[in-house]
Design a protein around this ligand. Structure first.
Ligand SMILES: [Zn+2]
Length: 190
């Protein structure tokens, strides 16, 4: 199914290109072709597309159905800062109460500064009572939890551990193997 009229909240600049419903809901998101491609490093428009990689993101469940987003992340060649960088994407942070599964906080960004207001809102007394925090492998989250909730144990979410392993280890092996095969072919032709 392809319907470029669909968009999701918190995914400004992206359109839904397909939806697959099975044991879970898989949503494929592509960059809205009408939005300019912005360099995440210098903020300039960088229309020169280098490559597109796919990132799997787990979203909040809908009617009890797990939701996974495949997000097309564009790498651009920026003529302003002369770098190869990712397209600017505004990520959001969602905090859930693990017992009730209810959303208790949403903010824009994934930096320490972006999530700090959550801990200020929670207050020192409630921060002290937090025993464990499950999160993706984001250093900013880790540092901010350790700063405000000193008694909490940090648990990395299995989904994110596997996604990171796949992205950084399996992809690295794949690229290295492709390069090795290319080298072998070149050596055989000389
Ligand atoms: Zn740039």
């Amino acid at each position: 199914m392809s319907d470029h009229r669909l968009s999701l909240p918190f995914w400004e600049g992206f359109l839904v290109s397909s939806l697959v419903v099975g044991g879970d809901l898989q949503v494929r998101l592509v960059a809205d072709p009408t939005c300019p491609l912005i360099c995440s490093h210098c903020g300039a428009e960088a229309p020169c597309l280098h490559e597109t990689t796919w990132r799997i993101v787990r979203d909040l469940p809908i009617a009890g159905l797990p939701v996974f987003l495949s997000v097309a992340v564009n790498r651009l060649r920026c003529r302003t800062c002369n770098r190869c960088c990712t397209q600017l994407i505004t990520w959001s942070t969602v905090v859930l109460d693990a017992d009730t599964r209810r959303v208790i906080w949403v903010c824009e960004g994934r930096s320490r500064e972006a999530i700090r207001p959550f801990f200020i809102w929670l207050g020192p007394e409630r921060c002290r009572r937090v025993r464990a925090v499950a999160m993706d492998m984001n250093t900013a989250f880790d540092l901010e939890v350790k700063r405000h909730c000193r008694r909490a144990k940090v648990v990395y979410d299995l989904f994110h551990v596997i996604a990171k392993y796949s992205r950084e280890v399996i992809d690295r092996v794949r690229v290295d193997e492709a390069n090795r095969l290319r080298e072998d072919k070149r050596a055989a032709n000389t």
